[in-house]
Ligand binder design. Structure first.
Ligand code: ZN
Length: 281
């Protein structure tokens, strides 16, 4: 093949047509640049042109945060039941099966142990892809297990949130998870545990109102939507226009709701720094 059109600079990659298949490009919603999906994935789903943070797969977060991407998952076989036999437009039991197949995991949170710069930690990473990351009995139970583990081992707990809130399909049982997780967190805190939250896009409803905002240190990703009710609902309720950037992490940082906005590439070193400063063995 002629080399005339190949770019010589190491910073510019040349793709051959045969390397690309349908759907392998994605348009950045922030800068409109068309980026190659593989490059985006290698960059932990951050646009290399404008630093826009796309939503990242749960296991990629574990790769990003833990030493050598090594972790040990627990509670992965726990699956939601359908206690109310809930049937609206779709049967809840069918929805669970569909999302299990679609996402390859059994629930909307992955819980694991791993190390950050050689310090043992417990991690819970929420998965927005699984029924909107909503917290039903299994998510509540697994987060509970993660808190208990951090508490008994006396190691830091990190929760990466991504959720639309409580899982309506489980009714009051879903709401009980707020009480359960916050009580466990209170006990962990009383025992001197270090709890860090990383709020990612979107963190709303019951999750922001419980585990999300209870971190000793609250970090957020750039431009993440963080709030309780959605902006549309608030606008309709109060009948006023909302301020520019309302409910985005930059706005919340200014208002003192969060401690720091951290770019994904800086997340592990930043977590490590917090642990180094605040974790008492
Ligand atoms: Zn971009």
């Amino acid at each position: 093949m002629t080399e005339w059109f190949r770019r010589k600079s190491k910073n510019i990659k040349t793709f051959y047509k045969k390397d690309t298949t349908e759907g392998s490009w994605i348009k950045c919603p922030n800068c409109s640049e068309v980026v190659y999906k593989k490059v985006l994935e290698d960059n932990f789903s951050v646009c290399s042109n404008c630093n826009f943070h796309f939503r990242l797969n749960v296991y990629r977060y574990l790769d990003l945060i833990t030493d050598d991407g090594k972790f040990k998952e627990f509670g992965e076989n726990i699956v939601s039941l359908d206690p109310l036999n809930f049937n609206a437009q779709k049967k809840y039991s069918d929805q669970i099966e569909k999302y299990k197949e679609k996402t390859g995991v059994n629930s909307a949170v992955v819980t694991a142990t791993g190390k950050i710069d050689n310090v043992d930690v417990v991690l819970a990473i929420m998965n927005f892809e699984f029924i909107g990351g909503s917290m039903g009995s299994v998510v509540g139970h697994k987060i509970g297990l993660a808190i208990d583990k951090a508490n008994s081992k006396k190691i830091p707990l990190i929760i990466v949130t991504a959720s639309g809130g409580a899982r309506m399909q489980e009714g009051a049982i879903s709401l009980m998870q707020l009480a359960k997780t916050t009580t466990k967190l209170a006990r962990f805190s009383k025992n001197g545990g270090l709890y860090i939250t990383v709020l990612t896009d979107p963190t709303t409803g019951g999750i922001s109102a419980s585990i999300g905002m209870l971190g000793d240190i609250i970090l957020a990703e750039p431009k993440a939507l963080v709030g309780f009710a959605g902006p549309r609902v608030i606008k309709q309720t109060i009948g006023q226009d909302l301020p520019e950037g309302f409910q985005r992490s930059e706005f919340l940082l200014k208002k003192g709701f969060i401690d720091k906005i951290v770019y994904r590439k800086d997340l592990k070193p930043y977590l490590s720094k917090i642990i180094d400063l605040l974790y008492i063995k």
